[in-house]
Design a protein. Structure first.
Length: 331
């Protein structure tokens, strides 16, 4: 039977669909995320739906709701904890208000690149963090690709000159704010939806984001320098409500986990291709891509790195586990 994927462009039908979840004839799971339909979140979710429907012979269907149709990430986390939402995809940062240890990933320069970060999360480090979630009525099915966050601004970021004096919109987590302050930046609070106009009007100099988001959100029109600074790698997770998970049979859990493993691997490869394609697209649109020497930037963040690690619950143990994981991934 041909797989059926249901992705909804409007949230008007969401309440009725949520009410219909778990019908007697088949199991329907609703999955929400905040990114665009062309994002790697959506690509992974659609692959998940295809695979789980195939593996279950139509017993499990996944309805996917992109672009915050079921709420922002914090709201979806809360809904899943109460059992009101079956599944969601989230970046790591919104989870820190629920599981403080996840703020570990707000520490700058934890990883050297995408492959190293994804490999580390596929090992004991990632397992350790997923094991924290059931206590909070959540079950982590696995990690999506980390997203490499770089700085785009009105001028290039040079490793020696740094970012001194730039007025940047960055994620409003203490780790991000303190990191960029240590780099001489003036972090500026601002809703993401206001960023494009602020750049257009010169209210701020730039921001940090991943290459795909930079292109998808059309920042190529208002910013002409994209510098590969690699300050943060933002992990993504696929999470299911523990209440929903506990209601599944062992066979259904097996189908869902197997499908998740394959879909997440597919999503990681898709993001890597999207990363390269996004760099090419921004260059074609006239944006200058700067391969910044990050060594001086890493050096400037040494003190704040140590401070942030000490503020994370069991931060030193987590850092030791990280070092073990990254060493294990080296050729």
């Amino acid at each position: 039977m041909k797989p059926i994927i249901r992705s909804f462009a409007s949230c008007l039908c969401a309440p009725a669909l949520l009410f219909a979840a778990g019908s007697a004839s088949a199991l329907t799971l609703n999955l929400g995320h905040t990114l665009a339909p062309e994002s790697h979140y959506q690509v992974m979710a659609e692959k998940l739906g295809e695979l789980v429907e195939q593996k279950s012979a139509g017993d499990i269907t996944i309805n996917t709701f992109p672009q915050s149709q079921l709420g922002g990430e914090v709201k979806m986390i809360q809904s899943a904890r109460t059992g009101a939402l079956d599944m969601f995809i989230t970046a790591q940062a919104p989870l820190t208000s629920t599981v403080k240890a996840f703020s570990f990933f707000d520490v700058p320069y934890l990883f050297d690149g995408l492959d190293q970060a994804n490999a580390a999360l596929a090992g004991p480090l990632g397992t350790h963090f997923l094991d924290m979630l059931p206590k909070y009525n959540l079950v982590g099915l696995g990690w999506l690709s980390v997203m490499e966050r770089n700085v785009f601004a009105s001028r290039p970021v040079d490793g020696e000159q740094g970012m001194h004096g730039l007025k940047l919109r960055v994620m409003q987590s203490p780790g991000y704010v303190k990191t960029y302050e240590s780099l001489g930046v003036q972090p500026t609070p601002m809703a993401y939806g206001e960023l494009y106009i602020a750049l257009q009007q010169g209210v701020i100099d730039g921001a940090d984001t991943s290459p795909d988001q930079f292109v998808m959100d059309k920042f190529t029109e208002v910013s002409k320098f994209y510098s590969i600074t690699r300050v943060h790698y933002l992990p993504g997770l696929l999470v299911v409500s523990k209440r929903r998970w506990d209601s599944l049979s062992d066979e259904q859990k097996g189908w869902l986990q197997e499908a998740a493993d394959e879909a997440l691997a597919y999503g990681i490869e898709y993001y890597k291709r999207s990363y390269d394609e996004s760099i090419e697209r921004m260059q074609a649109s006239g944006v200058t891509v700067v391969r910044t020497d990050v060594a001086p930037l890493r050096e400037r963040t040494t003190k704040v790195r140590e401070q942030l690690i000490d503020q994370v619950p069991d931060g030193r143990k987590l850092f030791e586990l990280l070092e073990t994981s990254t060493q294990a991934t080296q050729p």
